[in-house]
Design a protein around this ligand. Structure first.
Ligand code: HGA
Length: 602
């Protein structure tokens, strides 16, 4: 994902921009650049590849300035080339960085071409630079030109713009992509993520949808979508610098996998303190909202979608409410039938996932006003747009492959299932006490699963030369098989598919041979005997099985069947514990293949 950082100060801001871009590297990117306004001209340096290469180029060209913007690009429109990297410049006059996608870029490009603008890149972004330049020509100032330009854009953007004609300010805008302003002493900043500016300040203002802002050394003025000046609350970020450092670990993914006992421990704290599943866990007014829902609609993307898929099993089994789960980018574009008596639950680590945000807006437009967000970042856009919120307490997640966010989301979703059940009279005191006891033991069980790392690393060596892998699970563990396959392909680039084990005979069995390792999530639950039959189907075709099962299951290794035993079966929370081995398997397979774990390609 792209990243933005900008700074205006009485000191040289180039080191601030470079440091900020390095802090954003974890988001994944393919090229990087900075632009500065110095001695009444705009200069820029861009490079494909790593920020360090661009930094060296900036140093050799003697970049020093009190005003500048920087960007890490993750290409959506136009290939990974230096010409497509940001900042984009119009007529040597203004420079702009952009996160997001401009949907009407072709139409704008035609219009600007007719006005005489020549294009250097294939990006959607370049039209914005020329559009602002066009409006500057009739004497409009930089902020007003930006405000006019954004009115003509369809799509999503976070923008920061500087101009050589206006060395005293930087202007910015947000719609659909996060952007914040950092407040310093006689210096100010913009960034798409607070981690980019923590080195300089913790005081931040989160811009809201449709906002534009003018940032000078001495202050910040924010305007809403109608152009009226508004006051946005100042926050003090509590993201710890330690969470942005690797410490003794080799990769952020490894660090974050190992942080899960702590992350889950922090996330269950409020439940343990209350010693109850209470609507208060979900914010003010939750009793009224949750008390009369007749069903649950979960909307999410990627790993969060798999967390929602686990939750469906829990919600239906524990509370008796119907629950459906849908990928947000599908839901937002289809004609859905709303039932306003259903609770809409959105799940997003960052709270800024664009498709999830748009799906929420669409659900609200259909009449859904019972909304709950499960999110890791306080004050982000999705919780702000929801009536209720459950904040996971995973801490900053730096690794691109989500790990601790997933397991803490599962904790929040389990609390929701239990709370809905209790409100509907479906959870007696004994069951409630049992679930709370299960949660209390969860960090310990996760630690036990983490201790299996050496054995799992041994398996990963065998996966490393393979091209394909199959993951199987059943029931509430099927989404864990999906998550395992996603993690493996995302960071090791081994093609991996997940199937509900019962589906094997309806096609995928044709793929199984000795070259296709088959990973099975096989806990000691009511489906274990069924899963064992599915494993026989694999063995009969010469497939080699790698099975994660509980310590107390009656399942052992045999020829072609490798077994690693996770802790004793932990009951209903078993999917959370069984997530750990598939994360470790993906991590070590990636290490064995020598891929860049924290910055996977594409
Ligand atoms: N559409 C722009 C910016 C891409 C982006 O925001 N990625 O996360 C481009 O392709 O350059």
């Amino acid at each position: 994902m792209c990243g933005i950082v900008g700074a205006i100060a009485d000191r040289d801001v180039v080191p601030v921009l470079i440091e900020g871009l390095k802090r954003l590297e974890y988001r994944g990117y393919d090229s990087a650049g900075i632009a500065i306004v110095g001695d009444r001209d705009v200069r820029r340096v861009r490079r494909t590849g790593r920020v360090a290469e661009m930094e060296a180029a900036a140093a050799s060209e003697g970049f020093v300035a009190g005003l500048g913007i920087g960007h890490t690009r993750w290409a959506t429109h136009g290939g990974v080339t230096e010409n497509n990297a940001h900042p984009h410049i119009s007529h040597g006059e203004l420079a702009l960085v952009h996160n997001g996608i401009i949907e009407n870029h072709e139409e704008q490009r035609e219009r600007l071409r007719a006005l005489g603008y020549a294009f250097e890149s294939q990006t959607d972004t370049e039209v914005i630079a020329h559009l602002i330049h066009h409006y500057l020509q009739d004497g409009t100032d930089l902020l007003a030109a930006l405000q006019r330009a954004v009115k003509e854009l369809d799509g999503a953007y976070a923008l920061a713009v500087i101009s050589k004609r206006d060395p005293e300010r930087m202007v910015c805008a947000r719609m659909g992509c996060p952007l914040l302003v950092g407040l310093g002493e006689g210096e100010n900043f913009v960034a798409s993520d607070v981690s980019a500016i923590l080195q300089a300040t913790r005081r931040v203002i989160f811009l809201e949808e449709g906002d534009t802002a003018e940032v000078t050394r001495g202050g910040v003025r924010v305007f809403d979508a109608e152009g009226a000046q508004v006051r946005r609350e100042e926050h003090v970020s509590d993201v710890s610098l330690a969470s942005l450092e690797l410490g003794p670990y080799s990769h952020f993914m490894q660090k974050e996998i190992h942080e899960q006992p702590r992350a889950v421990g922090d996330t269950i704290e409020a439940i343990i303190d209350a010693n109850a599943f209470t609507p208060d866990l979900f914010g003010a007014g939750a009793r009224a909202v949750l008390g009369d829902v007749e069903g649950v609609q979960i909307l999410a993307c990627g790993t969060s979608f798999y967390a929602g898929s686990v939750a469906r099993y829990w919600i239906e089994a524990i509370s008796g409410l119907p629950c459906s789960v849908e990928i947000a980018s599908e839901y937002r574009y289809r004609t859905a039938v709303a039932n306003p008596k259903h609770l809409v639950v959105t799940i997003s680590q960052s709270g800024e996932t664009l498709d999830t945000m748009e799906a929420l807006k669409y659900a609200k437009s259909l009449g859904h006003d019972k909304t709950l967000s499960i999110c890791n970042v306080p004050e982000s856009a999705i919780p702000r747009a929801s009536r209720l919120v459950f904040y996971t307490r995973a801490g900053a997640e730096i690794g691109v492959a989500s790990t601790k966010a997933f397991t803490t989301q599962l904790v929040g979703l389990f609390a929701l299932a239990a709370t809905l059940a209790k409100l509907r009279g479906k959870l007696d005191a004994e069951q409630e006490a049992g679930y709370i006891e299960d949660l209390r033991h969860l960090p310990g069980s996760i630690q036990h699963a983490l201790n299996l790392e050496p054995q799992i690393a041994g398996w990963a060596e065998r996966f490393a030369p393979k091209q394909h892998a199959l993951f199987l699970g059943r029931g509430v563990h099927y989404p864990i098989a999906l998550e395992g396959a996603l993690k493996l392909k995302e960071i090791s680039y081994i093609h991996a598919e997940a199937y509900p084990a019962g589906e094997l005979k309806h096609g995928p069995l044709a793929l199984v041979d000795a070259d296709m390792p088959v990973v099975v999530i096989a806990p000691r639950d009511g489906l274990l005997e069924k899963v064992k039959s599915n494993m026989q189907e694999v063995r009969a075709r010469g497939g080699v099985l790698f099975v994660f099962t509980d310590q107390d299951s009656n399942f052992g290794p045999s020829e072609g069947v490798h077994v690693i035993r996770t802790p004793r079966h932990v009951g209903v929370l078993s999917p959370i514990v069984h997530t750990i081995p598939v994360q470790l398997l993906a991590y070590h397979a990636a290490l064995a293949r020598g891929t860049d774990v924290d910055k996977p390609r594409n």
